[in-house]
Design a protein around this ligand. Structure first.
Ligand SMILES: Nc1ncnc2c1ncn2[C@@H]1O[C@H](COP(=O)(O)OP(=O)(O)OP(=O)(O)O)[C@@H](O)[C@H]1O
Length: 666
């Protein structure tokens, strides 16, 4: 078996490369002893004409052709029919290739690893292909050899034309008819055994197993199972057949026995089958175990070899080198101690870091939780927004619909308005024409007005001139009036003097009488006033008194009756009051018993209404009014004093100083 030095057994498969990183430089395939790519391509074209590969096919192109695994499986099925079931649907490439590689392991043949073909490392792939080619060619030769043996022994029994030149096992086995015709089957079996035994390669052992399988498949065994099965098993050298084939063979026999009607044989066969299945499982387990151990051995062997190499190298070194090596070793040990110390520190750091990591993880988980919460909130928010968006969308759609309706209405209205505006435009045009005529008329009227305005203007100028002359005349007249006004003041002074003299003549002291009407509730009482004369006479009757005393007449300057108003009472006193403004002293006071109407006459029942004002208010109002009128020619100073006369004492009611309250005032 041609195994490259850079490949060894390992647990991954029968063969694999030494590591995948330090890949050795790939040698050309022509150097490997299996021939060239060209020869392999020719061989493949012969096997599978449909491939039709060109003779200059490169390794890369060949890889593309092989990578799906179908070619490998087909080759293996040619070598060992039915070893890979290609009827059921596999997944492309990897499944076929894995099946193929497993079958290669089972058959103990050189194979590549999956990564080789996947990574384009074609040397092991082509080596594997070469191995298959070699085995298939050997099988061909072997079949032919067996055919020759059979031909020698069965030359007169089997018609060669029935089998053709194919190397099919059908050509090799003897059918039931032949067996009947050929009772000397041991001769045939001997031929088979001798053929199988003559080859010591695993391929030939497997081939023997295949033949048995084929025999079972073809029903050949059915003819001689009962009588001759033991002989057959012995004769085919079961020791050399693969375990898998033997178990299949045994299972087939047992299945046949179960199918038979014999009850005892049926139960025995079932029991045997169960036992066989257990044994089969155990054997497979053992095989797996052995494989593992084998792999382990290979690994150990590799290790020991490398160590051996190291030892050999060491042995070749001189004593000085060894001493130097020892000192170096000491140094390394010291370094190692230092490194160990560092490692301890690092471990401590690592512990701290782990704690930190743990706290960070806790924090991280808290953050994750928070994130989830936020995410949830966000999702809810999103949902809300989506709902709002939907609602808004619906509202918008509704609005759009409304707007469309509104637009349609608007369009209708626009059309109506257009027609209306057209009709209006025509109306306006007519009106424009009317206005134009009207304007022309107005312009003409304006022209006339302008002419009239010019004449009026001329007239105004004339009038102005005339007014100027008249103003001049008036000025002259006004001068005369001013002169007369100067005389007026002197006349006024004289008039006032005369007025005061009249007042003096009327008398400095005047006494008026006012009869108060009955108050509400006194209506039923009888009045004692019999008569009020024009010249101030007042007749008062008292029926309780006899004779002359019954009627008494009083004389006043004037008597005011019950119906006399506040205005009438004031008018009689006003001339006297006005003399104050000319420098005379005037005193007005009321006299009478309680409730006779003094306050009513002097102040009035209320000051809110001007009609109710009494003599005081009216007098002050009149004096201020006259002072205001005479402001241009006269300035008055007005002072107020309020006194009370009680118990023959006069008191100043406006002063704040208690000592100066009583008369005489300082
Ligand atoms: N001429 C009048 N017409 C109607 N009512 C009047 C008239 N004169 C006085 N009265 C009424 O008579 C009542 C007494 O008047 P008044 O208070 O003026 O009297 P008096 O003399 O001031 O009293 P006294 O000395 O007690 O102060 C008041 O209710 C007042 O309104």
């Amino acid at each position: 078996m041609n195994v490259q030095p850079q490949r060894k057994r390992n647990e991954m498969g029968i063969y694999a490369r030494f590591g995948s990183i330090a890949r050795p430089k790939e040698p050309r395939f022509e150097d490997n002893g299996y021939g060239s790519v060209k020869s392999l391509v020719e061989w493949l074209n012969n096997l599978f004409p449909y491939l039709n590969l060109p003779s200059e096919t490169t390794e890369e192109e060949l890889r593309d052709c092989l990578i799906d695994g179908t070619i490998f499986c087909s080759i293996l099925n040619k070598l060992r029919p039915g070893v890979i079931d290609m009827r059921t649907g596999f997944r492309p490439s990897a499944d076929y290739l894995k099946r193929f590689l497993d079958a290669m392991d089972e058959m103990g043949l050189l194979r590549f690893v999956l990564e080789d073909i996947q990574q384009g490392y074609m040397l092991p792939v082509l080596q594997c292909l070469g191995t298959l080619k070699e085995h298939l060619e050997n099988a061909d030769i072997y079949s032919r050899k067996r055919w020759e043996v059979r031909e020698v022994e069965l030359s007169n029994r089997v018609d060669q034309s029935q089998h053709g030149s194919s190397l099919n096992l059908d050509n090799f086995v003897v059918n039931g008819e032949d067996k009947k015709k050929n009772p000397n089957k041991d001769t045939y079996q001997h031929g088979l055994i001798s053929s199988v035994s003559s080859e010591s390669s695993p391929f030939l052992l497997l081939d023997a197993g295949n033949k048995l399988s084929e025999m079972l498949k073809q029903g050949f065994y059915a003819e001689f199972l009962d009588d001759n099965i033991k002989d057959l098993i012995k004769s085919i050298s079961v020791d050399n057949a693969s375990t898998h084939v033997l178990f299949r063979f045994l299972n087939q026999i047992l299945d046949e026995s179960i199918d038979k009607k014999d009850e005892h044989a049926y139960h025995m066969a079932r029991m045997l089958k169960q036992v066989v299945q257990v044994i089969e499982q155990r054997v497979y387990a053992q095989v797996e175990n052995l494989k593992d151990q084998n792999n382990l051995c290979s690994v150990c062997s590799g290790k020991y070899q490398s160590r051996l190499k190291v030892l050999e190298t060491l042995a070749s070194w001189s004593t000085e080198e060894i001493e130097a090596l020892f000192s170096h070793l000491k140094q390394i040990k010291m370094d190692k101690t230092g490194i160990e110390e560092k490692v301890r520190l690092k471990e401590k750091d690592l512990t701290n870091l782990k704690e930190e990591k743990r706290s960070l993880e806790n924090e991280n988980s808290a953050l994750k939780r928070e994130l989830e919460t936020l995410k949830r909130i966000h999702e809810e928010h999103c949902l809300q927004i989506e709902t709002q968006a939907k609602e808004t969308n619906q509202a918008l759609e509704k609005k759009t619909h409304d707007l469309e309706c509104y637009l349609m209405d608007s369009n209708k209205r626009v059309k109506q308005l257009e027609s209306f505006s057209e009709s209006k435009l025509e109306g306006w045009k007519k009106k424009e024409e009317t206005f134009r005529i009207f304007l022309n008329n107005h312009q003409r009227a304006l022209q006339e007005l302008r002419t009239a305005y010019a004449s009026v203007k001329q007239e105004v100028t004339m009038t102005k001139k005339r007014y100027g002359e008249e103003f001049y005349d008036l000025g002259v007249e006004l001068e005369g009036v001013v002169h007369a006004a100067d005389n007026y003041h002197s006349v006024l002074v004289e008039n006032r003097k005369l007025y005061n003299e009249v007042q003096d003549l009327k008398g400095n002291i005047r006494v008026y009488c006012r009869v108060r009407p009955f108050l509400p509730g006194q209506c039923k009482k009888l009045t004692t006033v019999e008569h009020i004369g024009e010249n101030g006479e007042l007749l008062v009757s008292n029926p309780t008194k006899p004779g002359k005393d019954k009627n008494r007449i009083f004389k006043f300057n004037k008597v005011f009756g019950q119906a006399a108003s506040q205005e009438e009472v004031f008018l009689d006193t006003r001339p006297l009051i006005r003399t104050v403004l000319d420098g005379f002293n005037v005193c007005i006071f009321a006299y009478g018993q309680t409730g006779s109407g003094k306050t009513y006459t002097m102040s009035g029942p209320s000051i809110s209404s001007k009609e109710d004002w009494g003599v005081n208010y009216r007098a002050l109002h009149d004096l201020f009014h006259i002072a205001q009128n005479r402001k241009g020619s006269m300035t008055y100073e007005i002072g107020v004093q309020m006194v009370e006369i009680y118990n023959e004492q006069v008191r100043d009611l406006l002063t704040c100083h208690g000592s100066q309250k009583r008369y005489p005032f300082c």
